[in-house]
Design a protein around this ligand. Sequence first.
Ligand code: SF4
Length: 70
Amino acid sequence: MTAPARIERRYSTCPHDCPSVCALDVEVLGPDRIGRIRGAASQSYTAGVVCAKVARYAQRVHHPTACCIP
Ligand code: SF4
């Protein structure tokens, strides 16, 4: 059994043209792979929660038929 890889977390901002402009906590699993995305826990507006569209970004950008990262 191997130890789980260390998950790095980086802060970002939602790239969508949406007035909420949510602050994000993004799991970085590798140089070209992200994991879960959550609303930034440190911001009162997001408080660890993000909309369903962005919460599933990893499935979207890493899907076998995805052609690029939006
Ligand atoms: S995370 Fe969702 S609600 Fe927040 S700015 Fe992006 S699209 Fe809007």
